[in-house]
Write a protein that binds this ligand. Sequence first.
Ligand SMILES: [Zn+2]
Length: 228
Amino acid sequence: MLINQNIMNQVAKDVYQISLMPRNSINCYLLEDVLIDAGIRSSGKKILKKLEGFEVNTHAITHAHADHQGASKEICEKLGIPFICHEYDKRRAEQGVVAEEYPNPNNFIAKFQMSYWAGLGHKISRTIKEGEKIGGFAVIETPGHASGHISFFREKDGVLIVGDVINNMNLLTTRVGLQEPPKMFTANAEQNRESIKKLFNLDPRILCFGHGPVLYNSGELEKFIKKI
Ligand SMILES: [Zn+2]
């Protein structure tokens, strides 16, 4: 029984947003019985509390960055569930070397993230790739921000878990609006731009971001695509 539905933001059927920081600045999502992403290291308690009363059988990450895998180990261990990601992010997820692909992994923000946000690595139970499904959602490979970045798309109602291919917030000012992810955290910005176009071509209607509020698209995405 869904006992705490009221405190989770229901985005669509069987899709819930779990906002972990003020202003939706870091999010994870429950898709059916799969938890997508897990915030930063200190997010575990909050996520587990929100998930109370829901059946959760798998945990997947869009990519192995510190603000997405932070509490993955804790959650998988507490719930006794498998941890999955794309093959290209597997080693980083297992070793917790989450800043490795940043253009400059030694800058102070990367060091801060490693010290305070990143979770310990955790064994990946299996990897997933394009063409596979997670419940009713197709796995979409969207490399660029991270080489193993994946998104999830449900065609019947256009729900898209974007991950960090696009941010719906300026991460410095928290101002809401579509933008490319910061270059300093992006392995390959050109490749990410191709992934943005790939997602646009799916014609998504409800976009769920790692950073920023959910967008019920009414032309914002088209405007954004024209600008980049
Ligand atoms: Zn992120």
